[in-house]
Ligand binder design. Structure first.
Ligand code: 5AD
Ligand code: SF4
Length: 431
């Protein structure tokens, strides 16, 4: 019998894909288990973008150590592994090894070395051909780049995932073809900064950009939908907007991380764009891609953020009417310039701003929900839900559930909306 592997994943879609790669590399020796107590190897794949998940890491490994079976190993992987390195083993000596976010391909080596710490953020895995494993057969996550070259002053990621390197297009296309052969109709392209694709390859030769890549992926037979995350508003040039809007395979849903609506704060964040540029791009996208959904990330309470700056963020939210907002209180992170900036915003002020922002967003979502009744969406079904429901996503990324069973899974159907809540629509299949 094979050994048993338990894996817990925190953080973003990149981490979800890294966990799939970890499982893939180990699959000859290990089967996946959801039962912690029977696992021979317990992995936690961590996030360090805010302080909370870092705290969670230590409480989780403490718990693993209590309930694990005799002789089972615990390994810490991912972004916090990258930035804390051996400190993790010092603080939690029952951890067997630490494997950084850019060192996933070394998993088989580190499990053999008690106390191993592999956290080299210059390691180049851009041409490494990982073994195959997908947790979702309908939607294939595919990395197109590793690392991030942006130096946003609040963000720890350049220190956990290193410099940006694009994965060669032929490797990406090979993955796409394989995923389609295995039954996936949707391809989800991943990178810290996807629309900067092509800036640097490890062999320094090729010259294609993200718009070219979208076109190439869409030409692979069997691909019906393409999504991607995360793009950067700075790189949303006209060529990209045109490809996004006119390529029918590219889903009409886009993440545009605003972070702040104040150009002064955006400058302190080193985001590279102004409020005006952001609004111009968002309005152009709405105009060119009818029915598009725009989601965003917003940080409140960045050092130096005044009431006036915050009101500018609200103004952008009023104008763009995002379909989804991921909002966060600023969290000072090690190795980032902003943690040493003057005028750190008191927690009560940041909390109040977060509530105000969320209230405005909820009001907007309620307005949007009222307009959903009777609309017809093409829904790609991917998940069974309790009480005889099946859920999927519309082209513009709305979650839609209908009464139904397995036979809808993996199918794209027309659905008429009969009931609408903030982030969940219910409907009936009409064709
Ligand atoms: N504090 C709060 N939020 C942060 N993010 C990144 N770094 C921080 C930080 N130090 C948010 C950004 C980013 C999202 C993934 O996490 O909004 O887009
Ligand atoms: Fe978290 Fe960022 Fe690492 Fe993703 S890349 S796991 S969001 S720190």
């Amino acid at each position: 019998m094979k050994k048993q592997l338990y894996i817990q994943t925190l953080g973003c879609a990149m981490n979800v894909r890294d966990s799939e790669h970890l499982v893939a590399e180990l699959k000859e020796e290990y089967d996946l288990t959801f039962n912690l107590e029977e696992a021979d190897l317990i992995l936690i794949n961590t996030c360090s973008v805010r302080e909370k998940p870092v705290h969670k890491l230590f409480s989780e490994v403490g718990y693993f150590n209590k309930v694990k079976k005799e002789g089972a190993k615990i390994g810490v992987c991912g972004c916090t592994a990258s930035h804390l390195g051996e400190e993790i083993i010092k603080k939690a000596p029952y951890v067997s090894f630490v494997l950084g976010a850019r060192n996933v391909s070394k998993i088989k080596e580190v499990i053999k070395k008690e106390g191993a710490v592999e956290v080299d953020i210059t390691n180049d895995e851009s041409t490494y051909a990982f073994n195959d494993f997908r947790s979702n057969p309908y939607k294939a996550l595919i990395n197109i780049s590793i690392g991030c070259d942006k130096k946003c002053t609040f963000c720890i990621v350049p220190n956990t995932r290193g410099e940006e390197i694009s994965i060669p297009p032929e490797l990406i296309l090979r993955e796409v073809k394989k995923a389609v052969e295995d039954g996936a109709k949707e391809i989800f392209l991943l990178g810290q900064n996807v629309n900067n694709y092509g800036r640097r390859f490890s062999d320094k030769e090729r010259r294609i950009d993200f718009s070219d890549l979208l076109r190439m992926v869409s030409e692979v037979e069997g691909v019906e939908r393409i999504r991607f995350t995360s793009p950067h508003p700075l790189h949303m040039d006209d060529k990209f907007l045109k490809e996004f809007a006119t390529n029918p395979k590219v889903c009409k849903s886009i993440h545009m991380p605003l972070q702040s609506g104040s150009s002064r704060i955006l400058k302190l964040m080193k985001r590279g764009y102004t409020k005006e540029w952001f609004l111009d791009r968002a309005f152009k996208i709405r105009e060119m891609a009818k029915g598009v959904s725009i989601s965003t990330d917003i940080i409140v309470g960045f050092p130096g953020e005044s009431e006036k700056d915050f009101l500018e963020t609200l103004e952008v939210v009023e104008k763009v009417k995002f379909e989804q907002i991921f909002s966060f209180k600023y969290s000072p992170r090690p190795l980032t310039p902003a943690k040493d900036y003057p005028n750190q915003v008191p927690d009560e002020v940041a909390s109040k701003r977060l509530t105000t922002l969320q209230e405005l967003h909820h009001k907007q979502l309620d307005e949007l929900a009222k307009k959903e009744q009777g609309k017809v969406y093409e829904v790609y079904f991917e998940e069974l839900k309790p009480n005889g429901y099946v859920a999927g996503r519309s082209d513009n990324n709305k979650i839609v559930k209908v009464k139904g069973s397995e036979e809808l899974l993996g199918e794209i159907k027309k659905v008429k909306i009969t009931q609408a809540k903030r982030l969940l629509l219910e409907g009936e299949v009409i064709g």
